[in-house]
Design a protein around this ligand. Structure first.
Ligand code: SAM
Length: 318
């Protein structure tokens, strides 16, 4: 199999994530976020000779890279959201799955390419779409949303306490000239917050908020988590790597809900809820080692949670 350039995008928690899925020959896996293909490649290696992977990416360029992997019919590439995982795996006759991996966010290929508009460090068009053929661009949102919707978006998805002031500054600026580049937007935010001093640029949260809104990322994640539970075989594993607290909160709460054995109010003496868990958490949340962060500073905010599909049985509450 062709080695697929993990040196361009260093996969985060590379071995940890693949180990968590316990790949085996003949296994069937979904990689919801193909990116540079590092995790998929290791999954294929570790499930050789006949394990199969169905891999998703919204980005056409990622799918094209995947075609160079030369894995024959062991790899199916799907240029669609991971939210479609269940239907796509069913259509490919891959159900039930033995493992599902989601490595959220963007790849180095995307952030290092100024024409994609993800980066604060390189000026480029304010695009931020993973799928370059559809959906609103970040510039579309910045120039068309009303001030209140912009403020809500920056607050909700960026958790930026300056959200209202940033939204007002955007609206003032775009009344004079439309905001079309990453540098223009960064300057508007800096006018509100003051210039970048530390390692984190003051517009980072605004950029995060726009990226999440451009793809409705949090809704897609919720849909994919439900799809993963429906698609997994008993004993199959789900591993999700998140890069900010909004994503991680969704994953953590999802696993807690799906592994709850009783949701009755604590003061109720006898359980009446008939809750049946579908997942069991596996170990604690995993973070990159100091060593990995030193080699790949982009991994520093990563956190991985793992859960295993359990048999749906009769309610376990007394
Ligand atoms: C962090 S990278 C994945 C890196 C990959 N694990 C590797 O080893 O190279 C995330 C990828 O997920 C893709 N992506 C983000 N949201 C998506 C979604 N809803 N559906 C499918 N792909 C998505 C992005 O385009 C990006 O290529």
């Amino acid at each position: 199999m062709t080695a697929l350039a993990p040196d361009h995008h260093l996969p985060v928690l590379w071995h940890e994530a693949v180990d968590a899925l316990q790949p085996k020959s003949g296994g069937r896996y979904a990689d919801g976020t193909f990116g540079g293909g590092g995790h998929t490649r290791l999954l294929l290696e570790r499930s050789a000779p006949d394990g199969r992977v169905i891999a998703f990416d919204l980005d056409q360029a990622a799918i094209e890279r995947g075609k160079t992997l030369d894995a024959g019919d062991r790899l199916i590439l799907v240029n669609a959201s991971f939210a479609t995982m269940y239907q796509a795996a069913q259509a490919a006759d891959m159900l039930p799955l033995d493992g599902v991996l989601l490595d959220l966010g963007f790849s180095s290929f995307q952030i290092d390419d100024p024409s994609r508009g993800f980066s604060l460090r390189h000026d480029g068009p304010l695009d931020m779409r993973f799928d370059r053929l559809s959906g609103p661009t970040a510039a579309g949102l910045v120039n068309e949303l009303d001030e209140r919707s912009l403020a809500d978006l920056i607050w909700r998805y960026g958790e930026d306490r300056n959200a209202r002031r940033i939204a007002a500054a955007i609206v003032r600026t775009r009344a004079i000239e439309s905001i079309q580049t990453t540098a223009q937007l960064a300057v508007v935010v800096e006018r509100v917050t003051g210039r970048a001093r530390g390692r984190i640029h003051p517009a980072t949260r605004t950029f995060q908020a726009l990226r999440i809104a451009t793809h409705d990322e949090l809704q897609a994640l919720e849909t994919a988590l439900d799809a993963a539970v429906a698609a997994l075989a008993v004993g199959g594993r789900l591993a999700v790597i998140s890069f900010h607290s909004l994503e991680d909160r969704i994953v953590k709460q999802f696993i807690a809900r799906q592994s709850a054995t009783c949701v009755c109010p604590p003061e109720q003496p006898v359980c009446t809820c008939d809750t049946v868990p579908s997942l069991r958490p596996v170990g604690k949340a995993i973070k990159p080692t100091e060593n990995e962060i030193e080699r790949n500073p982009r991994s520093r905010s990563a956190i991985m949670r793992v859960a295993e599909r359990v048999a749906e049985r009769d309610p376990v509450c007394p």
